[in-house]
Design a protein around this ligand. Structure first.
Ligand code: SF4
Ligand code: SF4
Length: 334
């Protein structure tokens, strides 16, 4: 067993994965804690919190590590982590994703090169900010972002032994799916090599404040009968973070306006217009997708008889640029 020494053996080293169901944050936390406890002579605990549905809804996964002689007697959520790993770039737009970020800590986020994220200015000045294009690497290697991000995490946090974490990852898949084990290994190694440390992006002073997510309605405030008292709440919903790296892209010149995509879209996020020239009967035309309501299920792509709907990697800002709003700003209240 390797002896791994924490930066501060008198305290805990805490890692928080900020993710969306389906990107593998829970599995990443399990693998990391398993490697630390069984092979690095550390104490460790791991647990996750989910939303109402697993896939597509926000997931937080927590890993708390301590020295072998320091028992972990808490399973409280990690409010002020030493490392935050963000599995999806869209999550960076929410304050709660980076809440509690330490000035002395590390932020690792999934994002392509040369896409500046203005939100990163909120990060404390002293925080080390690390970018890795985990989605594209995962696609290229037929793996998942969690393998890439584990590689980046172990490469940027020196006391975590990358070889041990990789061998634990491989063991998980070796018997069940040897092909996946090889893909994950390549993805992990690329994560450890292809990351970029961004200099001078954070402008915040001191640690960021802690935010505890609190439900709008609890047992004391929920109306009797389970009624949702907010009118129009589905209009103001935003499903952007339900997409897990891919989005449908509409190419108007390929579209024959057959309407098949509309019959399968579960969220009615396709935008149609009625065009009328002179006395002619109005013609219904597809204009595009309102990505605020698109959860990225890809049914429209599977159904489209032409190549008018194609699956593309979602890069920051692409959905905003391509979005065709279903409602006016006033109607959404957004
Ligand atoms: S991927 Fe296509 S079918 Fe699925 S929600 Fe988005 S637009 Fe609708
Ligand atoms: S299924 Fe394809 S061709 Fe038909 S309306 Fe939708 S995008 Fe256009």
């Amino acid at each position: 067993m390797n002896e791994c020494v924490l930066p501060d053996p008198s305290g805990f080293f805490e890692i928080r994965f900020e993710s969306i169901g389906g990107l593998g944050a829970h599995a990443a936390g399990q693998i990391l804690a398993r490697a630390a406890v069984l092979k690095m002579n550390l104490n460790g605990s791991h647990f996750s919190s989910y939303g109402s549905e697993k896939k597509g809804s926000p997931v937080r996964s927590y890993v708390r590590l301590g020295a072998a002689d320091k028992p972990i007697r808490t399973s409280a959520p990690i409010d002020s982590p030493d490392v935050i790993v963000v599995f999806h770039g869209a999550l960076l737009d929410q304050d709660i994703t980076i809440a509690g970020m330490k000035n002395s800590g590390t932020l690792i986020f999934n994002g392509p090169a040369d896409e500046a994220h203005e939100f990163l200015e909120k990060i404390p000045k002293g925080t080390r900010v690390v970018r890795i294009d985990a989605t594209n690497i995962a696609i290229e290697e037929l793996s998942r972002p969690n393998a890439v991000l584990l590689g980046t995490l172990t490469a940027t946090v020196p006391f975590l032994d990358g070889d041990i974490v990789l061998s634990t990852l491989t063991e998980k898949f070796a018997k069940r799916n040897p092909q996946a084990a090889a893909s994950n290994e390549r993805a992990f190694k690329r994560g450890a090599e292809e990351y970029e440390v961004l200099e001078g992006v954070g402008k915040g002073e001191g640690d960021l404040p802690v935010i505890r997510p609190s439900p709008v309605l609890g047992y004391e405030t929920a109306p009797i009968g389970g009624v949702i008292p907010y009118a129009g709440n589905t209009v103001s919903n935003d499903l952007s973070t339900s997409r897990t790296g891919w989005m449908p892209l509409f190419t108007a010149k390929e579209c024959i306006h057959c309407g098949l995509c509309a019959t399968v879209c579960p969220d009615f996020c396709l935008v149609w217009t009625h065009e009328q020239e002179g006395e002619e009967v109005p013609v219904v035309r597809l204009k595009g997708v309102d990505y605020q309501y698109c959860k990225g299920c890809m049914r429209c792509i599977e159904t489209c008889p032409t190549e008018a709907m194609t699956r593309v990697t979602e890069t920051p800002g692409l959905a905003d640029r391509e979005r065709v709003p279903l409602y006016s700003q006033g109607a959404t209240g957004a």
